[in-house]
Every structure is written in structure tokens, then in C-alpha cells.
Design a protein around this ligand. Structure first.
Ligand code: ADP
Length: 627
């Protein structure tokens, strides 16, 4: 008999078939290391080789007489009855089985069964030869596992040989480049390179030959559609059992989205920097833990420091602030740190030469995950120029106002005298003058009276905002009622019907709101149509202000005149109705003084609606639960 290593199973079985059962046993003893078991059709073990002892851990003595499938907890690829039927039909069966050893570990075997028949044909025994394939099963499993990872990866995983021929291509690669594995395997990897980058492949391959790995190399590749894709590539050498490099594996990640985000971010940073520079905005930050501020070069410029000077610390900064402002600034800062409140403050800096600069600083606190303020970020703008312009404008306006007031005041007396003198003169020369001369004198009196009216209104206009209550709160209902009282006669004459919504508490001087109501209601009566006037005053509460409106059914104002009517002395029908054209200009002045707006809507035919906004007194409205 040949040694077991070169003696094939088939030869063995041929030999065995011609031996007497006793001889079979002897022969099988010689196959020390083979895993052989002879058993009955039902599985009762007669023979158990040493190879089996080693593989399964049970000695021959332990297993003799036991049932092989129970002992080994055999897991079959199909039902045992089917296997036995095959065995009966063909005399042999082969397949893979999973067994359990004495120690409980699992063993995969390639099993070959041969049926022994008695001369009359009935089955006597089954010779079962097993070879351990656990290792190859495991590595097969590992390969399957790795293959499934490669297939499920979002990245493209490609391998190529040393000539750059693509040898494998996963579904990630199909998705990224658009080629199917069938189309691309066998083609040059350079197919994926943009023409100007083909040299990269030679550099990569030179490194791969040296056994080096290239990690996260960012470049561009071309998809089947011609689309250029930003990618990050990791290339590793593939070595054979002798350690020789035989190819390379590549992991290619699509980074186009990240690149697009990066470039959008850079673009927005660039734009922001330009806007900050164009707006001459200084940027600063304050680190709460260290108590250290940081200034941008523009911010240092506003502070009168050279761009490379160190940022002054918090205390030094406070020292540079005007003594009247320093407490306000410090308070804003501290409450931003403690309460997380943003701030927006104007204050004065005193320069080294004693010059004063106005600064507007806005700060926004930044909180960590625990809600604690760790940084304050802010901007600073030099307001000096604007403040100077505002101040000079304010001075000019006040001078103009004083001038208008003085002129209007001083003109009143002489104008009254002119009108009176003409009337007196007319009375004295009454009978001797012609009708034409009398008409001329009448006209002179009328004009003098009109100019007198204008001067009176001008005086009211320039006085309008004087002596206003300091921080007034007015019940708009009361101001409205007073306006109605003043207009009672005109209302009665015109048979007007006036309705209104509930009116809120507003932060305005009562007299100011009264003047606005009186002018708007008075106009609604004056500029009425043939119908009796129907007027409605409505109020809509917004966040911190109220939108009021006065709607009439009068003659209307054509759209092209709707801005003009708010101008000083601007009238649309000069002689038809009495008036000087100051009323709406006065309303505009008052409303704008309180930070509001006034405008009119009309189709020019069916009445007008004047809208205006006024500041709400939120506290008293809440108390009165005004809606
Ligand atoms: P006055 O009434 O003294 O002329 P205003 O400044 O109050 O001056 O009004 C300016 C002009 O706007 C008026 O002359 C009139 O032509 C027009 N106007 C004002 N209110 C109305 C209104 N409710 N309906 C139609 N026209 C109006």
C-alpha cells in the first residue's frame, strides 16, 4: 500500500472493495492520518481512524457503536433521506458537511461516502472519508465578507495590474464614473484621467513599485459622461505571496460636493471681507475666559492705533472711553456676558491728543453647548463724521426753524396793518372810487388776509414740536374725542357720519396726536363729494407700533399728486376751498418726529384713506388688554 499522502481516495476505495471486512479493518489502520469512518447505513460506527481521532477529539473506543450523525451533530446540505437515496442509487455521495468536535468547535469537511454491498446486493456499510476544509471555508467566508464590504462601499474601489489595466471595479466605481464593470475591466486606468493629468499615473505607479502607499491625494478624474469629478484617492500596492508588487488597489472618493462647499465658503468669506472693508467696519472679539479682546486692523485704526499694535486689554479700553460713557459701555458688556444679551451702543473715545471720536459698537454673545457665553463677537464703526454732519444739520435746521418762526412772527403785525389800512382807506374813499378800483382794493384785502393765514400756519408749523411732554403717553381715544369737539360745527354742517375702531395708548404728546386727527378729519370734511361725508378711523396693532387710518368718501386724490400733498403750501385746487396747504405738511412733521410714516391711498375718484403709524405704549395696552 502506498503512503497516505499520494494514495488517492478512489484508489483506496477500489482496493477496499476487494478486501474481506477483516482485511478492510487492517488496511484502514494503515491510513493513520486519513479521516475515515466505517459505519452502518443508519450511522452506527464500526471503524474510526486516528485521523478522525485527531480531527474530532473522540477516541475510537469512545465512538464505536455510537451513531455518527448524532455524535458529530452533522449539518447536511440537504435532507439525509435524499443523500441516502443518492447513495443507494449511485453507490457513492460527496458533499460538504458541518461537524461538531468533542470540544464543541465547528469543523467543515469535504465528505465522500461509499456504499459497501453484500454479494447479494444489500447494503452492509458506508465508508465515510472526510477532509478538513475549515480553513478554506473561513477564507472563502472572509473573501465573501470583504467583497460585500467593497460592493456596499460608497467609494469607488478599483484594482489594476502593473500595466495600469483595470482588474476589478465595484458598484461605487460604477456610480462615480458611469462605466459598468463589464465595460471597463480590461481597459487602461488612464481612461479615467483628464489629458493634462496623465503624468500623475506614472508618478503614482513609480511609488507603488517601491511598495509605497499614497493617501488622500486630491485630484480630478473624468467620468464616462465627460464630467470632471473632484476626487480624493488612496492607492495601495497589492503584493503576492512572495511579497512582490503585482498591482495596486485604489479607493476613490467623490469630493466634488465638499470642494463646491469650500469654494462657496471661500467666495462668501471673500465677499464678506470686501463688504467689511468697503463698509469700513472694524471687527472685534472678546474671549470671556481670558478676558482678552482681539481687534481687526480696521478696528485698531478706529481706536487710533497702528495696525500692528497689540490689542489693548479690556481695562485699557475702558480708560480710552469718555468718562460720561464708560459706565454704559461696561454695563452693556457685562450684561452680554451674564445674560447673553446682544448690544448696540454709541460712545465716545478720547484720542491721545484729546480729540473725540464717536464709535458705534455692536456685540453678539456666543454660547457653548451648556448655554454659557464664551465669546462676544462684534463690529465697530467710526461715527465721528456722521455725528458731525448730524450735528451741523441739526444746528442748521434749528436756525432755520428759529428764522421761520421769527419771520412768521414778525410778519403777522405788518400784514394785519396792511389789511386794516386798506380797509380803512377803502371806507374813507368809498363813494368817490370807481367799481374797478373797489374790486382791486377788495382783492388786495383778500390777498393780505390769505398771506396772514399762511403766516399763521407757518408759525404753527415751526412751533409744532416745541414744548412737547418729555416721555408722553396719550390715550388716542381722548385725542380723537378732542378733535371731534373742535370740528363739531363743521361736522354738523356737512351732516357727517364718523365711526372708529377702539384706539390704543400711544407714546405721543396728546396735542400732537390731536393736531394730526384734526387735520385729517377736517380735510375729510372739507374735500367731500356730493354725498354726506362718511368717515372711518381704524387702528391695527403691529409689534411695537399701531397703524391708524382715516378713510373718507370724498373727492379723492389722483395717484400722481399723492406725495405732493404732504409738501409745504401744496394744494391741489387752490381757490375752491379755504386752506393754506400746511395741514398735511404739519401731520408729516409730527408723525416723522415719532419715527412713523404717513401716506395716502386713493383711486382719485372714490375717497381717500390716509395711513399713519404711531409708537405704541405696550405696557398700558397690555394692562388694558388692548387687541
Ligand atoms: P389745505 O387743506 O389747507 O389745503 P393740506 O395740507 O391739509 O392743506 O392739504 C393739501 C391738499 O391735499 C389740499 O389742498 C387738498 O387738495 C388735498 N387733500 C387733503 N386731504 C384731502 C382729502 N381727504 N380728500 C381730497 N383731497 C385732499
Amino acid at each position: 500500500m502506498q503512503s497516505h499522502s499520494s494514495y488517492s481516495h478512489t484508489q483506496l476505495l477500489n482496493d477496499i472493495q476487494h478486501l474481506h471486512p477483516n482485511q478492510v479493518r487492517d488496511a484502514l489502520h494503515a491510513l493513520d492520518l486519513s479521516c475515515v469512518c466505517v459505519r452502518s447505513m443508519e450511522g452506527t460506527i464500526f471503524f474510526w481512524s486516528q485521523g478522525n481521532e485527531q480531527l474530532y477529539g473522540w477516541s475510537c473506543q469512545e465512538v464505536t457503536g455510537r451513531t455518527t450523525h448524532e455524535l458529530l451533530k452533522t449539518q447536511f446540505p440537504k435532507r439525509l433521506s435524499e443523500i441516502n437515496a443518492e447513495l443507494m442509487e449511485h453507490g457513492s455521495w460527496k458533499g460538504e458537511l458541518l461537524h461538531c468536535t468533542k470540544s464543541g468547535s465547528e469543523v467543515w469537511v469535504a465528505s465522500y461516502w461509499v456504499l459497501q454491498r453484500a454479494p447479494h446486493g444489500s447494503p452492509i456499510s458506508v465508508i465515510e472519508i472526510n477532509s478538513d476544509i475549515t480553513e478554506s471555508k473561513r477564507s472563502e467566508e472572509r473573501s465573501r465578507y470583504l467583497a460585500s464590504i467593497i460592493e456596499s462601499s460608497d467609494d469607488a474601489i478599483i484594482s489594476k495590474d502593473l500595466d495600469g489595466i483595470i482588474t476589478s471595479w465595484n458598484t461605487g466605481a460604477e456610480r462615480l464614473f458611469g462605466y459598468s464593470a463589464h465595460e471597463i475591466i480590461g481597459r487602461q486606468v488612464l481612461t479615467l484621467f483628464p489629458p493634462e493629468l496623465v503624468d500623475e499615473e506614472f508618478i503614482i505607479m513609480a511609488r507603488i513599485h517601491r511598495g509605497e502607499r499614497i493617501q488622500n491625494y486630491e485630484t480630478v478624474r473624468v467620468a464616462k459622461s465627460g464630467r470632471r469629478v473632484d476626487v480624493s484617492i488612496t492607492v495601495s500596492p497589492i503584493v503576492n505571496a512572495f511579497g512582490n508588487v503585482i498591482g495596486a488597489s485604489k479607493i476613490v472618493r467623490d469630493i466634488s460636493q465638499r470642494k463646491a462647499l469650500e469654494s462657496a465658503f471661500q467666495e462668501s468669506e471673500r465677499r464678506q471681507a470686501l463688504a467689511v472693508e468697503a463698509g469700513e467696519i472694524g471687527l472685534w472679539s472678546y474671549d470671556v475666559a481670558s478676558g482678552r479682546p482681539r481687534f481687526s486692523p480696521r478696528c485698531k485704526m478706529i481706536w487710533g492705533l497702528p495696525p500692528d499694535a497689540p490689542t489693548p486689554d479690556y481695562e485699557e479700553n475702558l480708560k480710552a472711553i469718555h468718562p460720561n460713557d464708560v459706565e454704559r459701555v461696561d454695563r452693556a458688556f457685562q450684561s452680554s456676558i451674564v445674560q447673553g444679551a446682544p448690544f448696540d451702543i454709541d460712545y465716545r473715545l478720547i484720542g491721545q491728543s484729546g480729540s473725540i471720536r464717536w464709535v458705534q459698537s455692536k456685540g453678539r454673545p456666543w454660547k457653548d453647548a451648556q448655554g454659557i457665553v464664551t465669546q462676544i463677537y462684534g463690529t465697530a464703526i467710526d461715527l465721528t463724521q456722521r455725528k458731525q454732519t448730524e450735528e451741523s444739520l441739526r444746528r442748521t435746521n434749528s436756525q432755520l426753524e428759529q428764522f421761520a418762526y421769527a419771520t412768521a412772527h414778525d410778519l403777522q403785525e405788518p400784514l394785519r396793518n396792511v389789511a386794516l389800512s386798506i380797509e380803512l382807506a377803502k371806507q374813507q374813499i368809498d363813494r368817490q372810487i370807481s367799481q374797478e378800483a373797489e374790486e382791486l382794493l377788495n382783492c388786495a384785502v383778500q390777498n393780505a388776509r390769505h398771506v396772514q393765514g399762511m403766516v399763521r400756519e407757518l408759525l404753527a408749523y415751526s412751533r409744532a414740536l416745541q414744548n412737547a411732554a418729555h416721555s408722553p403717553v396719550t390715550n388716542a381715544e381722548e385725542a380723537f374725542a378732542l378733535a371731534l369737539e373742535n370740528l363739531a360745527i363743521a361736522m354738523k354742517e356737512a351732516a357727517a357720519y364718523i365711526t372708529k375702531d377702539q384706539l390704543p395708548m400711544v407714546k405721543m404728546d396728546q396735542n400732537h396726536l390731536l393736531q394730526v386727527f384734526q387735520n385729517l378729519l377736517g380735510n375729510a370734511l372739507k374735500y367731500r363729494s356730493a354725498e354726506p361725508p362718511r368717515i372711518h378711523v381704524s387702528a391695527t396693532v403691529k409689534q411695537n407700533h399701531c397703524l391708524l387710518s382715516v378713510k373718507d368718501n370724498g373727492i379723492g386724490i389722483e395717484p400722481q399728486f399723492q406725495e405732493r400733498v404732504f409738501g409745504m403750501f401744496k394744494r391741489l385746487r387752490n381757490n375752491e376751498t379755504a386752506g393754506t396747504g400746511v395741514g398735511l405738511a404739519l401731520c408729516k412733521r409730527i408723525i416723522e418726529h415719532y419715527g412713523g410714516e404717513i401716506w395716502v391711498q386713493s383711486d382719485g375718484k372714490t375717497g381717500s384713506t390716509f395711513f399713519f403709524t404711531v409708537p405704541l405704549d405696550e405696557r398700558s395696552n397690555r394692562a388694558a388688554s388692548y387687541k
